[in-house]
Design a protein around this ligand. Structure first.
Ligand SMILES: *[C@@H]1O[C@H](CO)[C@@H](O)[C@H](O)[C@H]1NC(C)=O
Ligand SMILES: *[C@@H]1O[C@H](CO)[C@@H](O)[C@H](O)[C@H]1NC(C)=O
Ligand SMILES: *[C@@H]1O[C@H](CO)[C@@H](O)[C@H](O)[C@H]1NC(C)=O
Ligand SMILES: *[C@@H]1O[C@H](CO)[C@@H](O)[C@H](O)[C@H]1NC(C)=O
Length: 886
C-alpha cells in the first residue's frame, strides 16, 4: 500500500495538479501504518516540576486566560480572561498591578440563556481582543454573552471608558469560534466571524472613521479557522506598503474529496488599502491568499492544518521568516510539523503567482483551475507602489474596475508557498503542537540560531534549536500540570528580560528561556547544546548567556556538543561508596542518567560489561544495575558512564562508581577491646558531626584496617543516633541490615552517652559498653549464621523484576527467618506492635517502613524509583555528585 501511495503521490507531484491533493491525504492514512509513530527527535532533557522555577498566575474563580499582551516599556503583561482583565508585573506575574472585571449584566445573561445557551459558561464575557490602542488606552473586546462588544480601557486608571462599541466583525460571538487580531497604528485588524451562527467569516480593519472588510463569498473565505495575524513593516523604501498577514485553515475549494478537505492558507492585505470606488466599495482591494505547502517528501505526508504561526522579524524585512506548526487532518497518531517559509517565496507567490479561477462544468459543478485569463494591469492584489503611482494611481480608490473585478473573482493564487528546504524543519510524532514562538539567538560562535518554543496540547513546552542538518530538542517542560493545551505563547524581547509567557484555560505561566543552572557539570552543559547556555569555568556553573556581568572569556560554548574542552576532575575511586555484600546477596547500583539521548555503560574493573537482557545474573534498568546472587568474582570496582551520540560522535562521561566488597572474616574479640573501640569511635564521630571528612576517614578505615571490629563498629554506628546525615549516605546498602537488626535492641541515645561521658560516670559507661558489645556479638552472630541476610533488598529487587512466585517464596522465607520485621509484614501488624524506643531515637525509620508499600505501587514506574529511597543509594549518588561540583 505504501508503494502504491508513493506512486500516486509522485504522480500528483509530477503532474503538479493540486486537485490530486486528495490522493496525498489518502496516503496520509496509510503513513501511520509504517512506523511514523516513533518519528522525530527526542527532547534531551525532561525537567521535573521541581527542577523548573516557573511562576504561575491564576485568580480564584477566573478561567480561560486566552489573550496576552506584553508592554515591555512599562514592564506589564496584560491578561484577558473570562469576565476579567489583569495587569501583571512582567518580571513576576504573581504581582498583580491592576485588575478589572467585566462581567455580562444579569439581564443580558438571562436573554442569552433563553436562547438555549449555558448561563454558566457560554453566556459569559470571554475576552478575545486585547490590544494597545495608544499610550494611554487598551482596546478590549469580549464575546459578552453572544453580543460582542468592545471598549477602551484606560491604562492608568484601569477603568473602562464605558462607551461600548459594536464588537461584531472584531470579536466572535461564541467562545468556541476562532479569532485573531493585531493592532497596527491604532487600527484593529481582525479575523473572525460576523454573525451569531458563525457562518459568515470576515477579515476587517476598523478605525474610528471607517471599516474595511472581506467580500462575503466562498472563494474569499470558506469556513476558516483563524490562527494568527501580524504586520510586516517594509519601511516603504521602494514605495511599497506595509502588509498584514493572516494565517488560517479553511475548507478547500480547489480539491475534490469524499470529505471536506482542509488547506492551510496565508492571506495578505495592504495597510494603505482604502477599498474600491465602485467595485469592492469598503472591501479589501488587496486581498490575496495562497496555500502553505507543508509537506514531507520522505514520509509522503501532507500537514494540511495550521495551528499557529510566528513571524520572525529581522532588521531587513526581506529576511523575515514565517514559522508555522502544522498537523494533518487525519491526525489520529498526533504527528506535528514545523515549516518555515521565507519572505522571498511568499513575495514571489503573491507578486508573480498565477491565479485560480472557477469553471462551471455540467451546469452544476464548480471546478477551480489555473487561470489562463490575461491578468489586468496594475496586477490585482498589489499595494499601491511606485509602479501604480507611475500609472497615476495613488490610492486603491483609483484602481481600475478591471483590476478590482479580477481580484473579486480570483482571490486565490494557484502556486503554493513552499517551505525553506522544501520540507518541514521538524516532524515529531506523538505530540500535538498548538503554539509556536521563535527567538533568534546569536551564539558565541558568532552564528545566529533560531530557537523554537513549541507549546503542546498537553500543556508542555518543547524548546528546539535548528542546526544546519538537524533539529535538536533541548528540553521539555511541563508548563501546566493539569495538561491543558497551551493557548498562547509570548516571548519578551527586551534586553535583560528573558521570559516566556504561556496561557491556558486555567492560568498563566512565566518561565525562563533556559534552565542552564540545572546542568551540574561542564560536559552536561555542553552536551545540552543550548545556545542560551554556556559553561562558566571560573564559577564552575552552567549559566544563561544573558546573565548580566558575565566574563565572556571564561565561558565555554560548543554547540557541536564537543565536550572535550571540559576539564573535569576525576575524583577517583577513593570517593566511591562501598557496598559490602555476602555471596548470594543482591547488589543494587544506581546510575541516574538524565539525558534521554544517552544510554548507560557499566564497567567492571575498568572493562565494559556486556549485559544481555535475558541474563539471569544481571538486570540492567535505565537507572540502575542489579547483580543477583553475588559471588566471589563480582567483587571489585563498578563504574557507570553516560554515552551520548552527538553528530555521529560518541561522548562518554562518568556518572557514578561503586566498590563491591565481601564482608571481612570476623573473629571473636575480647569484650574489653570492643568496649574501648566503641568509645574511641564514638568520640571521633562526636568531634566530626557534620564534616564530610569523617566519612572519608571511615571509608579509608574500611579499606585498610584488617581489624574486623572496626568495620563492624562503623556499621553499628549507623544504627546509633550519633550518626549524622553525611555519614549515613556513605555507608550504603551494607548498613541497612544492621539498622534493621537494631530495631530489636534498645540502644542508648547520643545525648545519654554524651551526658554520661561528660559527667565521667564510669560505671554507667561500662554498663552501657558491655550492653552494647553484647548486642554487637549477637549481631555478628546473626550475620554469621545468616539469620539477617540482605533478604529485604533481594526481595525488593525481585519485585522490580516482577517475578511473583519468587517474590512470594522470598517473603515467606523472610517472615520465617525473622521474628521482628515490622516493615515487611503488612501495615496492620506493624500498627499492632508497640512502638519501639528506637523510633524515638531520631533515626529515620519511616523510609524503611514505606518500602512495605512497594507491593501496592509497583505498577507505577515513578513510584518504584521514588520508593527506592530506603536503599539510600540515590541520595548517596547525589552526595557524590555534589562532591564533584565543589
Ligand atoms: C474555559 O475554561 C474551562 C475551565 O478550564 C474549560 O473547561 C473550558 O473549555 C474553557 N472554555 C473555552 C472556550 O476555552
Ligand atoms: C493529537 O490530536 C489528535 C486529534 O485531536 C488526537 O486524536 C491525538 O490523540 C492527539 N495526540 C496526542 C499525542 O496528544
Ligand atoms: C527561500 O526559500 C526558497 C524555497 O525553499 C529557497 O529556494 C530560497 O533560496 C530561500 N531564499 C532565501 C533568501 O533564503
Ligand atoms: C576486580 O578488582 C578488584 C580490586 O580492585 C580485585 O580484588 C578483584 O579480584 C577484581 N575482580 C576480577 C574479576 O578481576
Amino acid at each position: 500500500m505504501d508503494k502504491l501511495c508513493s506512486k500516486l503521490l509522485n504522480y500528483c507531484l509530477m503532474k503538479c495538479s493540486v486537485q490530486n491533493m486528495a490522493v496525498e491525504v489518502v496516503c496520509l492514512a496509510y503513513a501511520f501504518l509504517f512506523g511514523v509513530a516513533a518519528f522525530g527527535p527526542t527532547p534531551r532533557t525532561v525537567w521535573k516540576v521541581t527542577e523548573t522555577d516557573l511562576i504561575m498566575f491564576r485568580s480564584p474563580e477566573v478561567y480561560n486566560y486566552s489573550v496576552l499582551l506584553l508592554n515591555e516599556d512599562s514592564g506589564v503583561l496584560y491578561v484577558g480572561a473570562r469576565d476579567a482583565i489583569f495587569a501583571l508585573d512582567m518580571l513576576d506575574i504573581q504581582k498583580i498591578q491592576k485588575q478589572v472585571s467585566w462581567p455580562v449584566s444579569e439581564e443580558k445573561q438571562n436573554s442569552c440563556y433563553t436562547k438555549g445557551k449555558s448561563k454558566e459558561t457560554e453566556c459569559r464575557n470571554y475576552i478575545r481582543v486585547l490590544q494597545q490602542q495608544d499610550d494611554s488606552n487598551l482596546y478590549v473586546c469580549g464575546t459578552y454573552a453572544f453580543q460582542p462588544v468592545c471598549d477602551r480601557l484606560s491604562i492608568s486608571e484601569f477603568t473602562f471608558e464605558e462607551k461600548q462599541e459594536e464588537g461584531k466583525g472584531k470579536c466572535p460571538f461564541s467562545p468556541t469560534q476562532s479569532y485573531t487580531s493585531v493592532m497596527v497604528d491604532g487600527e484593529l485588524y481582525a479575523g473572525t466571524v460576523n454573525n451569531y451562527w458563525g457562518s459568515e467569516p470576515i477579515i476587517t480593519r476598523s478605525s474610528q472613521q471607517s471599516t474595511l472588510r472581506t467580500e462575503y463569498s466562498i472563494p474569499w473565505l470558506n469556513e476558516p479557522n483563524f490562527v494568527y495575524a501580524d504586520v510586516v513593516r517594509e519601511k516603504n523604501l521602494d514605495g511599497d506598503d506595509d502588509k498584514i498577514y493572516f494565517f488560517l485553515t479553511e475548507t478547500a475549494v480547489e480539491f475534490e474529496f469524499f470529505t471536506k478537505l482542509l488547506v492551510p492558507r496565508i492571506v495578505r492585505v495592504c495597510k494603505g488599502d482604502q477599498g474600491g470606488q465602485r467595485t469592492l466599495q469598503k472591501k479589501w482591494t488587496s486581498f490575496l491568499k495562497a496555500k502553505l505547502a507543508c509537506f514531507s517528501p520522505e514520509l509522503n505526508f501532507v500537514f494540511n492544518v495550521v495551528h499557529d504561526v510566528f513571524i520572525l522579524k529581522t532588521p531587513s524585512w526581506k529576511d523575515t521568516v514565517f514559522y508555522g506548526v502544522f498537523t494533518s487532518q487525519l491526525n489520529n497518531a498526533g504527528v506535528s510539523a514545523v515549516c518555515a517559509f521565507n519572505m522571498t517565496s511568499v513575495e514571489t507567490v503573491f507578486t508573480k503567482g498565477t491565479f485560480m479561477q472557477s469553471v462551471i462544468c455540467d451546469q452544476t459543478q464548480t471546478k477551480w483551475l489555473q487561470s489562463s485569463k490575461e491578468i489586468p494591469s496594475p496586477r490585482p492584489g498589489m499595494c499601491i507602489n511606485n509602479e501604480a503611482r507611475a500609472q497615476n494611481i495613488n490610492s486603491s480608490l483609483q484602481l481600475p474596475d478591471k483590476t478590482l473585478q479580477f481580484i473579486k473573482d480570483h482571490p486565490l493564487i494557484y502556486d503554493p508557498v513552499t517551505p525553506v528546504g522544501n520540507r518541514p524543519k521538524l516532524i515529531k510524532a506523538g505530540v500535538n503542537y498548538t503554539q509556536i514562538a521563535v527567538k533568534r539567538v546569536q551564539a558565541f560562535d558568532g552564528n545566529l540560531y533560531d530557537v523554537l518554543f513549541l507549546g503542546t496540547a498537553e500543556g508542555a513546552l518543547h524548546k528546539a534549536v535548528i542546526y544546519d542538518t538537524e533539529v535538536h530538542i533541548v528540553e521539555e517542560v511541563q508548563l501546566f500540570s493539569n495538561r491543558v493545551p497551551v493557548e498562547t505563547l509570548l516571548l519578551s524581547s527586551k534586553e535583560g528580560v528573558n521570559y516566556l509567557y504561556a496561557s491556558s484555560s486555567t492560568g498563566v505561566v512565566q518561565s525562563p528561556l533556559a534552565f542552564c543552572e540545572n546542568y551540574k557539570t561542564c560536559t552536561d552543559c555542553i552536551l545540552a547544546r543550548d545556545p542560551l547556555c554556556a559553561w562558566n569555568s571560573g564559577g564552575n556553573v552552567c549559566v544563561s548567556i544573558y546573565k548580566p556581568g558575565l566574563d565572556q572569556s571564561s565561558l565555554v560554548q560548543q554547540l557541536s556538543g564537543d565536550s572535550s574542552t571540559c576539564k573535569e576532575v576525576d575524583e577517583g575511586y577513593e570517593t566511591y561508596p562501598v557496598q559490602i555484600l555476602k555471596p548470594g546477596e543482591v547488589a543494587k547500583m544506581v546510575c541516574h542518567i538524565k539525558s534521554q539521548l544517552a544510554y548507560g555503560i557499566w564497567k567492571f574493573n575498568e572493562t565494559e560489561m556486556i549485559i544481555s537482557t535475558d541474563s539471569p545474573k544481571y538486570y540492567l534498568h535505565s537507572e540502575m544495575l542489579l547483580i543477583f546472587n553475588v559471588s566471589q568474582g563480582d567483587y571489585g570496582l563498578y563504574e557507570c558512564f553516560s554515552r551520548e551520540k552527538v553528530k555521529n560522535k560518541f561522548h562518554s562521561h562518568k556518572m557514578a562508581g561503586y566498590i563491591l566488597k565481601a564482608p571481612p572474616i570476623v573473629h571473636h574479640t575480647a569484650t574489653a577491646s570492643v568496649t574501648s573501640t566503641i568509645q574511641i569511635t564514638m568520640e571521633s564521630s562526636m568531634q566530626s558531626t557534620t564534616h564530610s571528612a569523617s566519612s572519608s576517614a571511615f571509608t579509608s578505615n574500611m579499606d585498610t584496617t584488617r581489624n574486623p571490629t572496626v568495620e563492624l563498629l562503623s556499621s553499628t554506628l549507623e544504627t546509633l543516633p550519633t550518626t549524622v546525615a553525611p555519614l549515613k549516605t556513605t555507608f550504603v546498602v551494607s548498613t541497612i541490615s544492621a539498622a534493621e537488626a537494631s530495631q530489636t535492641v534498645t540502644c542508648p541515645s547520643f545525648q545519654r552517652v554524651d551526658y554520661l561521658e561528660s559527667k565521667d560516670c564510669g560505671i554507667y559507661a561500662a554498663f552501657l559498653a558491655i550492653f552494647c558489645s553484647l548486642f554487637l556479638i549477637l549481631l555478628w552472630y546473626s550475620f554469621y549464621k545468616g539469620f539477617l541476610p540482605n533478604v529485604r533488598s533481594y526481595c525488593s529487587a525481585l519485585r522490580s523484576k516482577k517475578s511473583t512466585s519468587e517474590l512470594a517464596d522470598c517473603e515467606r522465607g523472610q517472615k520465617e527467618g525473622l521474628m521482628q520485621k515490622p516493615c515487611l509484614n503488612n501495615v496492620q501488624s506493624q500498627q499492632n506492635e508497640q512502638p519501639k524506643s528506637v523510633h524515638d531515637s531520631g533515626y529515620e525509620m519511616e523510609p524503611d517502613c514505606e518500602n512495605g508499600k512497594l507491593v501496592h505501587e509497583e505498577t507505577s514506574q515513578e513510584a518504584v524509583t521514588e520508593k527506592d529511597k530506603p536503599f539510600d543509594v540515590a541520595s548517596n549518588l547525589k552526595y557524590v555528585d555534589s562532591d564533584g561540583e565543589e
